[in-house]
Design a protein around this ligand. Structure first.
Ligand SMILES: Cc1ncc(COP(=O)(O)O)c(C=O)c1O
Length: 546
C-alpha cells in the first residue's frame, strides 16, 4: 500500500503515441512466437530517466479527452494491424451481440439461473465424467428451489423489483432483509467487502450439506456444473461469452496469469500503469527484470488523464495496465479509450476491474479491452477466495501462461503428465480447484445483483453518493473527489486521523474504512438515506482530530 495517494516513484516517458511503428519485424516476430509458443525472455532496456510530470488537469475526466484520445487512436488504427494483439479469427463469437446469441435464449432471466453445462461445454467430456464415480441423484442446481433433495432455499418472489417507471426505486425493506448485517450495523464499506446475503448463506449451507452427504461424488453430480453456472452467470453479467471467462483464486493471481502470458520480445518491453492503481497491478511488472515499468503520476491525486496514457504509450509498449475504478479515489476510468490507446500501437490492454462490476454497468466486449479482472468480494456481495478473469475471445489462442494447472489442460481427466495442451477457451488461465464455498456465496450474491439489475443499482448508488457528498460538504469536510461524470460510490473524506476515526465509528456500529489521509465510505444499493445522514453526523461527532 502506498503511504499516500501520491507517493509512488514515477517514471514517465513522453513520446507521442501516434509515432509510426519503427520495427514491424519485431512485432510480427512476437506475434509468430506467441502463436508458436516459442517465446524466449530478453533482458529489458534500462529505465528511462525521463521524469515528465503530468500536466494540470481539471479532474473532470472523460469528455473531450476521451474523444480526442479515441480520435487519435483511430487515426493510428492501421498500425494495430501489425500487432501481436491484432484480432484473429476465432471459433467463438466475438462481440456482445454474438456473445448473447452464443449463450442462448434466456440468458437474461432474472430467476431460474442455470445455463445448461452440457450445452456450454464446460463440464468434462462425457467420457471423462464416465471415468468418475457413478452418478448419484441430481443435486441442487443454480436456481433456488431446484429438484434436489439438497434444495437451496427459495428466495422471496423477486424480493426487490425495480419499478418500471423509476429504475432506482426498490422494495428496500425486502432487499435489506436479505442482508442480516444491516439490521445491526450502518454498513458503508462495500468497496472492501460486500455484505453477505441470506441467499448466499443458503447456497453455502446447501454446499455444506452436499459435502456431508455426498462427499467427493458431489464433484461429478453437482460441483463441476456449479462452476459452470458461475462462469456463465458472471460472463452474461459482463456482456461476454462464457468461453471468455475463467475462475481464479484472487485478483492478484488473475493479473499474474496474464502477466505470465505476455513475455517481452525485442524492444517491446514497456508496461505503463499509474500510481493510483492497486499496488498488486504494478507489482506484477516490478518483479519482472525484463520489463521497463512506467508508473504515471497523478497531478490532482484523483485520476490520470487519458492524454498522459496516450503520451506514455508507444511502439515499445507491451501492456497498458490500468484500473477501471481507482480503489482509493473512486475515479471511473474510460477503459474503452484506454483500449483504443493501447491497440493503436499494438499493445495489450489489461484492466483491473475489481471495483467496477456490481456498482457500474460493464459490457466488456464493447470496451475492446484484452483482459479484465473482477471478483465477487466487493460490489457483487459474494465473499473472498475467488476472482474472475475475462480474456477477449480473439486473444485467448495466442496467450500461453507460464504458470498453469490441470484445470487449464484440454483433457484434465486424462491425468497424463507426458502431454499438455491448453484448453481452447479462457479456462486455460485457471489455476486448479476453486474455493467452492465462495463459488456458492458468489452465486447467491450474483443472483441478487442480476435480479435487481445493474442499471437500477447504479442509479440508486448514484443518489446515495450524491447525498453523501452533499452532506459531507455541508458539514465542512474536504473530499478527494472525481468530477461528476467519473464519480463512483467510493467517497474519500480527508481526515487527519482516519484510522482512529474509523475505530470510533465502529463503536457507534458504523463500518467504513480508511486509506492514507482519508476515511473511505462506499454505500451500496442496500443502504438508506438515513444511514448516509447518520454517518455524516457521526463523523462530525468523532471530530476532525479523531
Ligand atoms: C482494485 C483492486 N485490485 C486488486 C485488489 C486485490 O485483490 P486480491 O486480494 O484478490 O488479489 C483489490 C483489493 O481490495 C482492489 O481493490
Amino acid at each position: 500500500m502506498p503511504s499516500s495517494l501520491r507517493s509512488s516513484t514515477t517514471i514517465t516517458s513522453k513520446r507521442g503515441y501516434t509515432d509510426a511503428v519503427s520495427d514491424r519485424s519485431t512485432v510480427s516476430m512476437l506475434w509468430t512466437s506467441l502463436r508458436a509458443g516459442t517465446i524466449t525472455e530478453t533482458r529489458g532496456a534500462p529505465r528511462s530517466p525521463n521524469n515528465a510530470r503530468a500536466r494540470s488537469s481539471d479532474g473532470s475526466g472523460r469528455g473531450g479527452r476521451a474523444r480526442s484520445a479515441r480520435k487519435s487512436a483511430s487515426k493510428s488504427q492501421g498500425r494495430a494491424g501489425t500487432s501481436p494483439f491484432t484480432p484473429r479469427r476465432t471459433p467463438f463469437p466475438t462481440d456482445g451481440a454474438a456473445a448473447r446469441a452464443h449463450e442462448g435464449a434466456g440468458a437474461t432471466r432474472l430467476r431460474g439461473v442455470a445455463a445448461n453445462p452440457r450445452r456450454t461445454g464446460v463440464l468434462p467430456t462425457e467420457q471423462a465424467v464416465a471415468r468418475g464415480p457413478p452418478r448419484a441423484p441430481s443435486c441442487a442446481r443454480s436456481a433456488p428451489g431446484g429438484r434436489s433433495p439438497h434444495r437451496v432455499r427459495q428466495g422471496p418472489p423477486l424480493a426487490c423489483p425495480p419499478s418500471p417507471r423509476s429504475p432506482d426505486v426498490f422494495d428496500l425493506e425486502a432487499l435489506r432483509d436479505e442482508f442480516p448485517i444491516l439490521s445491526r450495523t450502518t454498513y458503508l464499506n462495500s468497496c472492501s467487502l460486500g455484505a453477505l446475503s441470506k441467499r448466499g448463506e443458503a447456497r453455502l449451507r446447501a454446499f455444506l450439506d452436499e459435502w456431508h452427504t455426498r462427499g467427493a461424488s458431489a464433484w461429478y453430480d453437482c460441483w463441476l456444473a456449479r462452476l459452470d453456472d458461475l462462469r456463465g452467470r458472471v460472463a452474461r453479467f459482463l456482456g461476454a461469452p462464457t468461453h471468455t471467462l475463467a475462475l481464479s483464486p484472487s485478483t492478484s493471481v488473475a493479473l499474474a496469469t496474464i502477466a505470465e502470458s505476455l513475455p517481452v520480445q525485442g524492444s517491446r518491453n514497456r508496461v505503463v500503469c499509474s500510481e493510483l492503481d492497486f499496488p498488486t497491478l504494478v507489482y506484477q511488472w516490478r518483479v519482472r527484470p525484463d520489463v521497463e515499468l512506467v508508473v504515471l503520476p497523478s497531478e490532482d491525486g484523483v485520476h490520470v488523464p487519458l492524454e498522459r496514457y496516450a503520451e506514455a504509450v508507444d511502439e515499445r509498449t507491451l501492456v497498458l495496465a490500468a484500473s477501471h475504478v481507482n480503489f482509493a479515489t473512486g475515479h471511473v476510468n474510460d477503459v474503452a479509450s484506454l483500449a483504443s490507446i493501447a491497440h493503436a500501437v499494438g499493445a495489450f490492454c489489461l484492466i483491473d476491474g475489481y471495483q467496477a462490476p456490481g456498482q457500474i454497468p460493464v459490457d466488456l466486449p464493447a470496451t475492446g479491452v484484452d483482459a479484465y479482472t473482477a471478483g465477487p468480494l466487493k460490489w457483487l456481495c459474494g465473499g473472498p477466495g475467488l476472482a474472475y478473469l475475462y480474456v477477449r475471445a480473439e486473444r485467448i489462442e495466442a496467450l500461453r501462461p507460464r504458470i498453469t494447472s490441470w484445470f487449464a489442460s484440454a483433457d484434465p481427466f486424462a491425468f497424463d503428465p507426458a502431454t499438455f495442451r491448453y484448453r481452447d477457451d479462457a479456462r486455460r488461465f485457471e489455476m486448479g480447484t476453486p474455493a467452492l464455498a465462495t463459488v456458492h456465496t458468489a452465486l447467491g450474491g450474483q443472483e441478487l445483483i442480476d435480479e435487481l439489475g445493474i442499471e437500477a443499482i447504479h442509479a440508486r448508488n448514484r443518489r446515495l453518493t450524491d447525498r453523501l457528498v452533499e452532506g459531507l460538504t455541508d458539514a465542512g469536510f474536504t473530499l478527494t473527489l472525481p468530477g461528476p461524470a467519473n464519480r463512483s460510490a467510493i467517497v474519500m473524506v480527508r481526515h487527519p486521523a482516519p484510522a482512529e476515526a474509523v475505530r470510533r465509528l465502529v463503536e457507534r456500529h458504523i463500518v467504513v474504512d480508511h486509506r492514507p489521509g482519508h476515511v473511505r465510505v462506499s454505500p451500496h444499493v442496500y443502504n438508506t438515506e438515513d444511514e448516509i445522514d447518520r454517518f455524516v453526523r457521526a463523523l462530525v461527532e468523532v471530530g476532525p482530530t479523531g
